[in-house]
Structures are given as structure tokens and as C-alpha cells.
Design a protein around this ligand. Structure first.
Ligand code: 4UV
Length: 582
């Protein structure tokens, strides 16, 4: 890692050698290390995926066979190389095999939070479908109703709904009833034993770098959620870059089933988010490290799974660290844990130190990344993070700190971080304007994060300049909530910001300029504020996933704007600070 004062660019070193011309399927099942690449342990006979609930286990070979069977199922439903498979499910073993099956057919995979309401999923389906027909929606039984409604609303005549697994005793009886009308992946596989798969599409070097393998939704620095196009090369680059960092700082030990020794990773972070998808799933499997798939996170299931499966590596987000620190964990044997990583939102130094004090034998690092950079920009895996630093640039990532006027800043100074990496995404699907704003012509992603490097190259994420709100590490786009709130008959104008929340990191707060009639009523009777606030909050609850729900509502006579009509979020932040004080 070095800083070049001539260009003001920092570079993570040594450079990672990244193979091209591979799909993700090729990389996972057929690629082995080349002389110059990060060394991949031989995956033969390794344990890959373990379901934390029923203990179902897939080896490398088992995962490959299952992937080909699911590819047959998708092929029978018409999935080809210009189509999309949309995964609308929480973590399941077949989440991984479904996305590799999609890759085997040359299709693109899009991922959606299974808690989305039907209107949130419809929004995503419509954007993707405009470019690549969504031929299959792989859905969890718990999300089936929203999935059916969204497919109906999006008028996608050729979309087949397939259940990722059959309902079980945890499934709501109504959803289970509905599910009886749909086939599961297992049903399809049983019907299709003899179906021939088309040959594996040949991926040229150029295609592996320019064709999207994933559409992951992110609002980026501004506006509504957008489909971030991520190529197979981006994912492979990320895995090799991060693997190179881990190998040098805190090497993984491949798990040996015969002696039951080696590392095991906990997948409690969702695979539909870039962190869970790329870091937890693909990077762990690169190291032949079994991934224990936790279907739903709660502290007892998380701790219980660590004990039962003797997990050694944890990937978490800051609110999970807070839970670990603040709750009694003594009922569980957590001795197997040796290391962990937090990221996706800031971790306070206080929480970091409390974690080290409570679990002194754990080495706990921090990573920083974003969907648009797929994924890690900086990482600190080798030692306990001091809390404040988000690590150093990983191999082959370049970074520079830029002032609002576009001036390059030297070490120590704070500005926006621009990051260039072989893993960077291609841009936003069908949105040239937003792509040009975030992905510049020199290949740098403008992160929207205010950062600084110290003299030794440690990166500090100081603040967020972009609009984005992070609740439990999940993205909430203020523009999305503002658009939704404006549809309410009580709302004349609105501005949304993130406010600090001890448990979830942040939560959204809406400033509402009421329509004249409601504002008059409120002026006459201030006790109406609570009722109005509940109505506004309910409007969000009825249509949006839980982490987008409003924490607070404040009524204001006007929303502060520039003369050109641009919302002044910093003024809203000042208003919030003033209300906190009063
Ligand atoms: O696009 P996104 O939702 O992406 C992420 C990815 C986080 C990762 C990925 C791999 C890791 O190994 C890891 O540790 C973390 O969250 O949101 C991107 C924005 O989230 C904030 C920052 O504003 C990004 O632009 N963010 C992500 N990581 C950190 C963070 C961090 N360590 N500290 C502060 N903010």
C-alpha cells in the first residue's frame, strides 16, 4: 500500500491477478489457481453449504450437481442467456445453487429483500424486465403473496413463480395453503431428471467484464434505488482481492471433514445484499470454508448456531455487534470463534472496545465497501480494529480524497473518497445520468462518503455526504420515502433525513409540510400532532419494508430548499438538532 504524492493516489498492494473469460459458475466449479493468482485451496470433497436449521449439507460436488439440476429446472421454464432470474428469498442453501444455476445458463440474477412489499418488488421487477425478461421468480413461501401480487401488477406474462423450498411448520398456514398451487425447486428437479442442458455459454474475456451477472439494487449517492450492474469479473476480482488480503493477514484454514478441524463461516447476513453475497458466500467458499446458512437472524438462533456448528468466523453489521455486547451470551459456548468482521455502517469506537473486552480472544476487523464497488474498498482483518479506522485499501484498489471543488487532497485531509478497482460495477441499468454522476470516465466510483487517510494509509470514514440512510446496514433512500409520502393527501411537501439510533445505527425522520387545511387544524389544536404523525407513519408502514419505517415525524411550515428547488438536507439536520435540544 503506498501513496504517490504526484498523483495523490493511494494503491492497495500487491496487485491481484484476476482471470477473465469466466462466468461465476465457471469460477466456482471449474477454475483453479493460476501461478500468479491468490492460491485457492483444492475444493474437491470440501463441505460447502450447511443449513443451520435441518443440518442439510452440500459438498463442493453436491453443490455442483444441485446447481446443474436447478439449471435444468430454469431451462425448462425458458431461462436463456438474455433473461433474468430474480431471487426473492432470505438465506437458504438453494439461494446459492440457484444463482449459480442462473450463471450456468448465462442469465443475470437479481436479488430482492424477501421482506419487501409487493409494490417494492414491482418497482424492481419493472426496471429489470425492461432490459432482461424476468423468466423466473424464485420465492420463499413466506414471501409468496407479495411475489404473486408483484408479478400480477408488473404484467409479466412469462414469469414463472417457483418456491425455493416447500412450506414447513414455521410457515404461516395461509401462505402454506397458497404455496400448494406452486412448484418447488425439488418438484421441478424430480420432473426433469432426463432433460439435457444446453452447452455452457462461452464467455469471452470482454463479455466477462461487460455483461452483468447481477443486478443488485442500490440508491447510490442520490435518488431512487437503481439496478447496479455487476459483472462476473467484478465478483471474481473482489474474491481474489479480498482473499489476498485475508491470506496475508489472517489466513483461513480449509475445513477438513475427516478431522472436523478448520474454519467455518456463519452466513447470518443476507445473500441479497452485496456483503453477504460476495464476501460471506463467495469468498468463504473460495477458501473451501463451509458456510453455515442461517435462515433468519435472531440473537438466540445466531448464538445457538455458533455453538452447534462450532463457527470460527463471523461476518456481522454494527447493530449485531451491539447485540453481542449488550446481551448475556454466557449460556452459549462461543469458544470456537476466532475472528470476525463488521462493515456496512459505522462502528463506534466504544462498541468496538466493548466487544474486545467481552471477547478478548476474538480478532475483530472492519471492512468498508459499497454495492457500486462490489464490494470491499478497505479492510482490516489481521488485528482488532481500533474502531475508528475502516482498514487499508485491499490489493489493486486505488483511492483518492477529493474536495467539493474537485481538488486532490493530501494525507490527513477530509474529502470525498473516489475509488477505482477491477471489482467496480459497470453502472446503473438504463440510467446513464446516474451512472455518469457516480462512475467517472477514469474508472473511479465517487463514493459519496467523506473520508481521510492518515500518513500510514489507514482509511477513516468520517461522514456520509450522500443522501443514503443506513438502518441495520440496509439502504434506505430518502428520495423513495419522500416520493411515497408526497402521495399522501395530508402532505404538501416533505424532506427525509437519517437520525442516530442506538439500536439500528440510524432511522429515517420525515419533516412534513402539511396541506393548508391540516396545517390550520394543527395550529388551532397542537394536540393533533400525535394523531397526524401516526397517520403519516402508518402510510409508510402499509407500503414499505420494516427498516424503512419512520422513527420520527416533525411538522414544519416549509421544507428548506435552494432557490432552484433542491432540498437542503443540512438545514433539516440543523432543525433536528434544534428539536433534540428543546
Ligand atoms: O451499498 P451498500 O449497502 O454496501 C455496503 C457494503 C458493505 C461491506 C461490504 C463488504 C465488507 O467486507 C464489509 O465489511 C462491508 O454496505 O452501502 C454502502 C455505504 O455503506 C456505508 C458507506 O456510506 C457506504 O458508501 N458503509 C459501508 N461500510 C462502512 C460504511 C463502514 N465500515 N463504516 C462506515 N460506513
Amino acid at each position: 500500500m503506498y501513496y504517490d504524492p504526484k498523483t495523490s493516489i493511494y494503491t492497495g498492494a500487491p496487485p491481484a491477478v484476476i482471470p477473465d473469460g469466466l462466468s461465476l459458475y465457471d469460477f466456482m466449479f471449474h477454475w483453479r489457481s493460476t501461478p500468479n493468482s491468490t492460491k485457492r485451496p483444492d475444493p474437491t470433497n470440501s463441505t460447502w453449504l450447511i443449513d443451520s436449521l435441518d443440518g442439510r449439507t452440500l459438498s463442493f460436488e453436491g453443490a455442483h450437481e444441485r446447481t446443474l439440476n436447478i439449471a435444468r429446472a430454469f431451462h425448462s421454464l425458458g431461462v436463456g442467456s438474455d433473461d433474468c432470474v430474480l431471487l426473492f428469498s432470505g438465506n437458504e442453501v438453494d439461494y446459492a445453487t440457484s444463482l449459480w444455476a442462473s450463471s450456468r445458463l448465462g442469465a443475470v440474477t437479481s436479488t430482492a429483500n424477501p421482506a419487501y412489499t409487493s409494490s417494492e418488488l414491482t418497482y424492481q421487477l419493472n426496471i429489470v424486465n425492461e432490459h432482461n425478461p424476468v423468466k423466473v421468480l424464485v420465492v420463499h413461501p413466506d414471501s409468496l403473496l407479495a411475489g404473486i401480487e408483484a408479478v400480477d401488477k408488473s404484467s409479466l406474462p412469462t414469469t414463472s413463480i417457483v418456491l425455493i423450498r416447500a412450506p414447513d411448520e414455521t410457515t404461516d398456514p395461509k401462505a402454506a395453503d397458497l404455496a400448494s398451487n406452486y412448484r418447488t425447486l425439488d418438484d421441478l428437479i424430480a420432473e426433469l431428471q432426463s432433460l439435457d442442458l444446453p452447452p455452457t455459454p462461452v464467455m469471452t474475456a470482454a463479455e466477462s467484464k461487460t455483461k452483468a451477472a447481477f443486478y443488485i439494487f442500490s440508491s447510490g449517492t442520490t435518488g431512487l434505488p437503481k439496478a447496479t450492474c455487476i459483472s462476473a469479473y467484478s465478483v471474481i476480482a473482489h474474491v481474489l482481492q479480498a482473499a489476498s488480503h485475508w491470506s496475508a493477514t489472517l489466513p483461513f484454514t480449509p475445513f477438513d471433514p475427516s478431522t472436523q478441524t478448520g474454519d467455518k463461516v456463519m452466513a447470518c447476513l443476507p445473500f441479497y445484499h452485496i456483503y453477504g453475497l460476495v464476501v460471506v458466500l463467495h469468498q468463504s467458499l473460495f477458501f473451501a470454508t463451509p458456510v453455515v446458512v442461517l435462515r433468519k437472524f435472531s440473537l438466540p438462533t445466531f448464538l445457538g448456531a455458533i455453538e452447534r456448528f462450532k463457527i470460527s468466523i463471523l461476518y456481522v453489521v454494527p447493530p449485531m455487534v451491539v447485540l453481542l455486547v449488550k446481551n448475556d451470551t454466557s449460556k452459549y459456548n462461543l469458544d470456537s470463534v476466532r475472528a470476525g468482521m463488521t462493515g456496512a455502517a459505522p462502528l463506534t469506537e466504544e462498541t468496538s472496545l466493548a466487544l474486545q473486552k467481552k471477547f478478548p480472544t476474538w480478532t475483530f476487523g472492519q471492512g468498508y465497501g459499497m454495492t457500486e464497488t462490489c464490494t470491499i474498498i478497505s479492510l482490516f482483518a489481521g488485528k482488532n480494529t481500533p474502531g475508528a479506522s475502516a482498514g487499508r485499501l485491499v490489493p489493486s484498489v486505488e483511492g483518492k480524497i477529493v474536495s467539493p471543488e474537485g481538488k486532490l487532497l493530501p494525507p490527513g485531509e477530509i474529502g470525498e473518497l473516489w475509488s477505482r478497482s477491477p471489482s467496480n460495477a459497470l453502472g446503473y441499468l438504463g440510467n446513464e445520468k446516474a451512472t455518469a454522476e457516480t462512475f467517472d470516465l477514469d474508472g473511479f466510483v465517487h463514493t459519496g462518503d467523506e473520508c481521510r487517510f492518515d500518513d500510514a494509509g489507514w482509511l477513516y470514514v468520517v461522514d456520509r455526504i450522500k443522501e443514503l440512510i443506513k438502518v441495520k446496514g440496509f439502504q434506505v433512500a430518502p428520495a423513495e420515502l419522500e416520493g411515497h409520502l408526497l402521495e399522501h393527501p395530508l402532505v404538501q411537501d416533505v424532506g427525509v433525513i437519517g437520525i442516530v439510533d442506538e439500536k439500528d445505527g440510524e432511522r429515517p425522520k420525515a419533516f412534513i409540510h402539511l396541506v393548508a387545511s391540516a396545517a390550520e387544524k394543527l395550529a388551532k389544536d397542537p394536540s393533533l400532532a400525535e394523531e397526524l404523525s401516526t397517520t403519516i407513519k402508518q402510510h409508510v408502514k402499509d407500503h414499505k419494508v420494516h427498516y424503512k419505517h419512520l422513527g420520527e415525524v416533525e411538522f414544519v411550515p416549509a421544507i428548506p430548499k435552494t432557490p432552484s428547488g433542491k432540498l437542503l438536507r443540512k438545514d433539516l439536520r440543523a432543525l433536528h438538532a434544534a428539536s433534540e435540544k428543546s
